[in-house]
Design a protein around this ligand. Sequence first.
Ligand code: DGJ
Length: 714
Amino acid sequence: MGIRVRKDNRVFSLDGKNSSYLLCIDKQGHLLHLYWGGRISNLEDFDLPFVKGISTFEAKEDIMAEEFTPWGQLRFKEPSLKAGFLDGTRDLDLVFDGYREEGEVLSISLTDSFYQVKIQIVYQVFAEFDVIKRYVILNNLDDHEIRIQSFYSGEWNFLGSDFYFTNVQGTWANEGNRFRQKILPGKNVIESRRGITAHNHSPYFMLDRDAKEHSGEVYFGILAHSGNFKLTIEQKPYDQTRLLLGMNGFDTEISVSPEASFETPPVYFGYTVAGFNGASNSLNQLGLHLLPEKHRETVRPVLYNSWEAARFNVTCDNQAVLAEKAAQLGVELFVVDDGWFKNRNNSSAGLGDWYPDESKFPEGLDPLIKKVKSLDMKFGLWLEPEMVNPDSYLYRMHPDWVYGFENRKHSLSRKQLILNITKQEVRNYLFFVIDQLLTKHDISFIKWDMNRPFSEPGALNLPKENQQEIWMLHNRHVLALIKELRDKHPHVLWEGCASGGGRVNFEALQYFDQFWPSDNTDALDRLSIQHGYSLAYPIKTMVSWVTDSPNMYTKREIPLKFRCHAAMMGAMGIGCNLNKLTAEDSEILSQNIAFYKKVRTIIQEGCFYRLSSITESGYHAVQYTKDQRSVIFAFKRGVSRHKKNFQLKLKGFKPETRYCISLQGKVAAIKSGDYLMNAGISLHLEGEYDSCVFEIFPKMGELYKNKKSKINLF
Ligand code: DGJ
């Protein structure tokens, strides 16, 4: 595992537990892709590729499988890098210029044949996850600036034209709809131009020929960048499929001054023969490893959030009443969402003025915080720091603090504008107000929201020639601000949100401890949204609330048990109007919260199996397994009365071990692992929206009964 270099210094292998990724230097000094797939033992078996052009219109440069394609000479394929020099030359001619190997890191250098520009492609092997990290650095050693027009982080080459691409598609409140589509000749692109990842697609790929959920070869890669992204898949006429993933070059031009350098965000990529679910588990585990260190090992708390119950009408008194009820149910963290700050009675005013509204909180936030703490819960608060309403004190004082063009009106969206955080005074203000809130009050949790896409992306403080850097700069400043706040207030847990799942990605994952995946809290819709989320992102970060029925958005009525089970599939939360709960509802909620707390380490950190999907079969089932203990959820929506029984084949058991199946704390059956996996268990779900949850643990594992696992709550 790690890095191997062939004796001739021309072939490099990056090895995971079960996979190898090979690159080579050809006789002309081109850095070429050689192989990606199952583990290779002998590097001598590979011949260096010898590529010839086909015609004057199909030159060698366009055909060879480059690890890093510059735009230059007879290349017409999508390049990894397109850049220009001050003298007007817009052509890069890169050749191999050496390599460095240090532990698990391989860095390969390419240099331009004339200009003093050096490209370093850095690979780091994460062998335990069978994943490789890659990023690229451009070093400008010239006396003049270089202007970058597009710069992808990752480039992959595949032989063949028979691939399928998997990702998600969606919109606000309808995120995460999984799709798999045949790659057609020409270019297939998914991207975001909205300033953040947005709700439409996610910056990753899964590529396969004929993989299934639990078997078959899947190549996958994910970008760790929270701004605009672009994924281009190019099927070439030479029986080749190419894939490039990185920051979106649209409306972007980055200047690199002499002696300066530019580093792309990283991509993480891997290969599995365990199908799509195998790829998800690698990403899930890698994601857990990348989470901010402070709360990485702690379990996520059961939270209450006020949004659906109170909307903007939060007051000290009404929240205190809810807090008492939440505490009785077993909630651990009480979060006041939107509506608590100055003049915030609807979405048209208040953003930017981050101090409590006196009419709602006459003595400030402290009396409510005190009450929440006295109930043995932690206190959390909602903020949307990047935004301002024109109807706010902040905007009236600083109308020039927002993005815009001089001769254009601002397009409002949700009646708000985006603060120009590239201005030092804006960044200072945001640090100051949030730092004050966290210093003066006992706040343990911040939900950081972002509720509109960009428009008129002008930053009048930046020179004309740097205007097109704002997409990148906004993202950098926001994340740097969060880091600064995290460093000063390490105890705080941070939730990322952008009108639901608009900011879920592998970069944000290194700054936020959890995400709000969607504003759609309808438990049935949630099953497919969560299914989509689980393709690439850790279950531990997937917050889900039990909300009222009929649902606020869809008006659908769903029984409370089903709603609880759907919310227990990630980091559980409650968003109901607790004043409306009957005694029976409260009992169901408390019991489910208590059960969730018992098994949440398995759910949040275990291996995750998508057993059946509601969109395909009418049944939905997932399994979580950690240290041989499993939790399984199954759901059904109105299928025919003749199909009450549902045969569920489980995963990941030891064939000859005997396991107890436990329902509501009682052992209902004892079965062998091979029975559970091959024959499967028969579930009897009846009526519209029935659901169940059960545990499975080794029979010999009576030990589990007595062993109290230690849980660290944040
Ligand atoms: C959008 C979020 O996704 C919701 O959960 C809620 O926080 C609202 N914003 C508040 O304005």
